[in-house]
Write a protein that binds this ligand. Structure first.
Ligand code: SF4
Length: 324
């Protein structure tokens, strides 16, 4: 019998797969990636479960959830309930393609107060269209029987009754399966970080939430210069190189002149003389000026030739109002 397993890469989804495989279920592990997931590697997970993970990008569909998620946000900008519903709907679509009879997750009853209480778990199952087709092996004995259990195709007696936030049963089970190393849960979803969330709120407030702008939110220092324009200043050489790479032909890139040490900055939005002046002042303020109050920057717009311009520093007190 075949099943699709949603994986985060953390211990719980690993254990859920191991429990299912122990009773002969053929599992296809799937990781649904959004723009906000930071997990890059699945090697540890793949080693623990003994098979490759299928990665599917759902960034575009996920964006719509951020504007007005029907079930609201968690502690920050994380729309966890709607995110799970979306991922499970996607898994349901895959069932017929892969010939799977049901879907598995590593969810544990009561582990997260908002998205894993009994009502939320029932709601997620119903809204994803998977009623009776969603098996949570780690808490299955505390949940209603799934179709596969009723039909005897899954042995309920071999499933578990984990609940709450304690980790001891998980660690003991990992030990039983010989799992000693595993990645952190949730894969570091950026939306759970309140400082990062401010950048997403700013994009939404200015109707600029798209995949290209989201990529920029992951690096640099951010400044809102006008309702239509932002400046992103690199924090180190790596970010400066990345900013140049991410610049579109409409963006304006500011870089230090040949003898000045400092970051690259990217101006995105509707430019005018005053805003470019402001962007230059902010960028120069992060340069090594050796006691001077001004310096030259190259200003380059798309394919146009880069031009040198002189900018003075911005007063420290002016930064606070612009920083996101
Ligand atoms: S933490 Fe992020 S990836 Fe995980 S369920 Fe919530 S919104 Fe989705």
């Amino acid at each position: 019998m075949k099943a699709i397993a949603l994986v985060s890469g953390g211990l719980d989804s690993t254990l859920a797969i191991k429990v299912a495989k122990e009773q002969g279920i053929e599992v296809t592990p799937v990781y649904f990636r959004t723009s906000f997931c930071q997990r890059e590697s699945f090697s540890q997970l793949e080693k623990n479960i003994g098979q490759p993970v299928k990665v599917i990008d759902i960034s575009k569909e996920f964006l719509e959830l951020l504007i007005d998620p029907p079930h609201g946000f968690g502690s920050s900008m994380n729309p966890c309930i709607d995110c799970k519903i979306l991922m499970l709907r996607k898994a349901k679509e895959l069932m017929s393609v892969l010939g799977a009879s049901f879907v598995i997750t590593g969810e544990v009853l009561g582990q997260r107060p908002m998205s894993q209480n009994r009502q939320a778990l029932n709601n997620i199952e119903k809204k994803s269209g998977l009623t009776g087709l969603l098996l949570r092996p780690l808490s299955a004995k505390l949940m209603p029987e799934t179709l596969a259990e009723k039909e005897g195709r899954v042995d309920r007696s071999k499933l578990l009754n984990f609940s709450g936030r304690g980790r001891s049963p998980h660690i003991a089970l990992a030990k039983k399966f010989g799992i000693t190393e595993f990645a952190a849960p949730a894969g570091g979803c950026l939306l759970t970080e309140s400082l990062y969330a401010k950048r997403i709120k700013d994009l939404i407030a200015h109707h600029q939430l798209d995949l290209e702008n989201i990529e920029l939110t992951k690096l640099g220092r951010h400044f809102r210069l006008s309702p239509q324009a932002k400046l992103i200043v690199g924090r180190d050489e790596k970010e400066s190189i990345l900013l140049e790479k991410l610049a579109s032909k409409e963006d304006i890139v500011l870089t230090p002149n040949d003898v000045l040490a400092g970051p690259t900055a990217l101006f995105r939005g509707r430019p005018d003389v005053g805003l470019i002046e402001l962007a230059g002042k902010i960028t120069v303020s992060y340069c090594d000026l050796n006691g001077k109050k001004e310096a030259e920057l190259f200003v380059k717009n798309g394919s146009a030739e880069k031009k040198l311009r002189n900018f003075s520093c911005l007063e420290r007190k002016e930064f606070a109002a612009l920083r996101i």
